[in-house]
Write a protein that binds this ligand. Structure first.
Ligand code: F6R
Length: 606
């Protein structure tokens, strides 16, 4: 988590730095700070609060500077205070540092530095870095040699950047496991946690790899090896995202905008390069065992994947939460691990993949962010092309991943001959209906969902129930409710009700049941049975179903009727309803929708 951004240019860069760090705010928004340089002395401004608030409070834009670094924090070590806000400076005020990641050996380093006379102002792990820079600079009198020495003693993960009065006009940065890239503009050079830091200024990026450091000036950049100091030739990556798509475009929140982008996102997923899908299908086909890995929302995407692989390809692909992977997974040379990740930077997921690779397993991933660590780590990647997902809550990326997994499963089904070519074509035709159906639901059902969400927004506890493939939909919808509306919601398979949960049904616990179309007879009946069980105990049920109006008279307390759709895409439609329901509950409760508390878009720490 945390965003870092830096700019060095020909003219005043403070406004560019502001835009850059504001674009990274989704990575953390506890506090924010900048270091600028004026007449060869550092000016550090920082405070708690979001980027806009801190820039206003600290009057940052009034400072003119041709070089600067900025940071937006998601607190890990130390509480949210001004003192714990980056940048941190050395005792002599000559180095200012911003950092994303965790310096795992900071305690012994800090103790030693204190014994040597250094004064610390914060509880953070990061603050050892400027003091180490000061210490080693006294010995080497050379910034690069100093940096190499510091990188050599730091343990843990980092993307860091610093400026120094010893070399005004240069930004130094380094990477180990936390993301970092350079932006190569004509009149300025940039560094950022991801390319949102400079997408408004340049589309030319250089991706820094683990074990590399870089030095940028207004008209040059160089990337070197952190151990040998040897220069490394890097190619320029062209960013194909449009900065306009990163803007809110008239929507009150990014979350709503991104939900509304789903018809297009689904179309993009359907147009995925067929060879890439075939290649991953072939990897699944050839492996002895495929495991799906993700965390949070992507764990639920993986769970959905297991149902879809099981039903379409007769292939059991257990989903494993990335953070549990090393304890649970059983991988060897014949295994395949497919990771799901919107950001492509999630620490736990990357760790799971590294573990899998170390055991000789093949790896693949479905990722949204090009150039991200996971996309570059795996043997085969599918870039889902969902466009920037700015809201911290994941919506469109998850839907797209579910669809891509479905397309892979269909291919595996054909390869394994558990699916005929005809059944494959029929399924693909059903998927092709998805963009239009989602569009009509967004157009015609949003108002009703808004009304229901508003009426029940004071609910203390929601039970989300689904049978079969609707179970991961229930889990994901409940997660959406918790993370954006801060309302307790629990996802559960419908069958669990009678194994304990029915005892909890009362007026304070409201249930939502995701009901499949009637064609899915067994699942449909089992789902209706859940409704009966709750209603028999006078519990409230909001039923989301595809039946005709009036068919289920008096069965539900409230019902949301969806148009008849092919069963294959019905759970994906329900997913969209779950997203909208959480969104409107959150807005009714006046929550900070795009930046909910205690969440960050890119969880780059373990
Ligand atoms: C949920 C959410 C998180 C992420 C999880 C994985 O809305 O945003 O649960 O899904 O942190 O992130 P990625 O997909 O970037 O690996």
């Amino acid at each position: 988590m945390c965003g870092i951004s830096g700019v060095v240019g020909l003219k005043n860069i403070t406004e560019d730095l502001y835009q850059g760090i504001r674009n990274l705010e989704y990575r953390g928004y506890d506090s924010c700070g900048v270091a600028l340089m004026n007449k060869n002395s550092l000016i550090v401004k920082k405070n708690i609060g979001g980027v806009e608030e801190v820039f206003r409070k600290e009057n940052v834009l009034s400072v003119s500077s041709k070089i600067g670094i900025a940071h937006t924090r998601w607190a890990t070590h130390g509480t949210v205070t001004k003192n714990n806000t980056h940048p941190f400076t050395s005792c002599d005020g000559s180095f200012a540092v911003v950092h994303n990641g965790i310096i795992s050996n900071f305690r012994p380093l800090k103790d030693k530095l204190i014994r040597e006379g250094h004064k610390f102002d914060s509880e953070t792990d990061t603050e050892v870095i400027p003091h180490l820079l000061e210490k080693y600079y006294k010995e080497t009198k050379n910034i690069e040699k100093t940096l190499l020495k510091v990188l050599n003693v730091l343990e843990g993960t980092f993307a860091l950047a610093f400026i120094t009065t010893k070399a005004p006009g240069q930004i130094f940065c380094a990477k180990r496991e936390s993301p970092l890239m350079l932006g190569i503009g004509d009149e300025a050079k940039y560094v950022g946690s991801d390319f949102n830091a400079f997408i408004d200024q340049t589309k030319n990026a250089v991706i820094i790899d683990d074990g590399e450091y870089a030095i940028i000036t207004r008209d040059s950049y160089v990337v070197k090896d952190s151990v040998t100091g040897q220069e490394i030739q890097k190619s320029i990556t062209k960013i194909d995202w449009d900065s306009e798509t990163s803007k809110k475009g008239g929507y009150p929140h990014y979350m709503l905008k991104e939900i509304y982008e789903q018809p297009q996102v689904v179309t993009n997923a359907l147009e995925q390069d067929s060879d890439s899908l075939d290649e991953i299908a072939e990897m699944v086909f050839k492996s002895d065992r495929t495991q799906l890995v993700g965390v949070g929302t992507t764990f639920y995407v993986a769970s959905y994947g297991n149902y879809i692989f099981s039903s379409l390809a007769g292939e059991f692909c257990p989903p494993i939460s990335s953070d549990e992977f090393t304890s649970l997974a059983n991988v060897d040379k014949k295994s395949l691990v497919i990771a799901l990740s919107q950001s492509g930077e999630t620490y736990d997921t990357l760790t799971a993949l590294k573990f899998a690779k170390s055991k000789g397993a093949k790896t693949a991933a479905i990722v949204n962010v090009m150039g991200s660590s996971i996309s570059r780590f795996v043997d085969k990647v599918i870039l889902q092309g969902s466009g920037p997902e700015i809201c911290v809550i994941s919506t469109k990326a998850a839907l797209s991943q579910m669809l891509i997994l479905t397309m892979i499963a269909l291919r595996v089904g054909v390869k394994k001959k558990v699916l005929t070519k005809k059944a494959y074509e029929k399924s693909m035709a059903a998927l092709a209906e998805l963009p239009g159906i989602i569009q009509s639901i967004l157009n015609e059902r949003s108002g009703f969902i808004h009304r229901i969400a508003h009426s029940y927004c004071k609910t203390r506890h929601w039970l989300y129930l689904g049978r079969g493939i609707y179970y991961p939909i229930a889990l994901e919808s409940a997660l959406k409710m918790k993370e954006v509306a801060y309302v307790h919601a629990e996802g559960m398979p419908g069958g669990f009700l009678k194994h304990g949960t029915l005892a909890m049904i009362d007026k304070d616990i409201l249930s939502i049941v995701f009901i499949p179309p009637r064609e899915d007879k067994a699942l449909y009946e089992a789902s209706i049975h859940c409704v009966d069980e709750i209603r028999a105990r006078s519990g409230f049920v909001l039923g989301i179903h595809f039946d005709e109006r009036g068919k289920n008279k008096d069965l539900f307390s409230e019902e949301l009727i969806l148009p008849s759709v092919p069963p294959l895409i019905a759970p994906l439609i329900q997913l969209v309803i779950g997203q909208l329901f959480s969104y409107f509950t959150a807005t009714s409760l006046k929550r900070n929708v795009d930046k909910p508390r205690s969440l960050a878009k890119s969880v780059t720490v373990g």
